[in-house]
Design a protein around this ligand. Structure first.
Ligand SMILES: [Cu+2]
Length: 123
């Protein structure tokens, strides 16, 4: 019973921290670097995603590197629902995710609790 209460409080606290950071988040966009017909971009994970909007070129294979600099449980996972990708970012410092760029459009991603959000725009 006590365990359940402690667990509940922990979840509530993590949720609160998520909302707290989410409220302070700034909208920024940046583009990838194209090299040898491949594009690369780094997203820093620290109290959110930076940049929160990433612009990729259509038709160029893309690798996005998630640079994990956050120690809260909140951002431990990154989830690309559209792509069926759910990665644990705490296993290594940099996690590479390949993004399909064959179609124009937007791909949203979020933390495991769906509180922090980021966006990849392919155009
Ligand atoms: Cu979260």
């Amino acid at each position: 019973m006590i365990n359940a209460i402690v667990f509940g409080l922990a979840v509530a606290l993590i949720s609160f921290i998520c909302y707290w950071f989410f409220g302070n988040h700034h909208e920024q966009a940046s583009s990838s670097t194209v090299q040898n017909n491949e594009q690369h971009a780094t997203i820093v994970v620290k109290g959110g995603y930076s940049p929160s909007t990433l612009i990729l070129k259509q038709g160029v294979p893309a690798k996005v590197y998630f640079d994990m600099q956050d120690s809260t449980a909140c951002l431990a996972h990154v989830v690309f629902e559209k792509l069926g990708v759910d990665k644990d970012l705490t296993k290594q410092k940099i996690t590479t995710i390949e993004i399909p760029t064959d179609q124009k459009g937007e791909i949203d991603y979020a933390c495991g609790m769906d509180m922090f959000h980021g966006k990849i725009i392919i155009k």
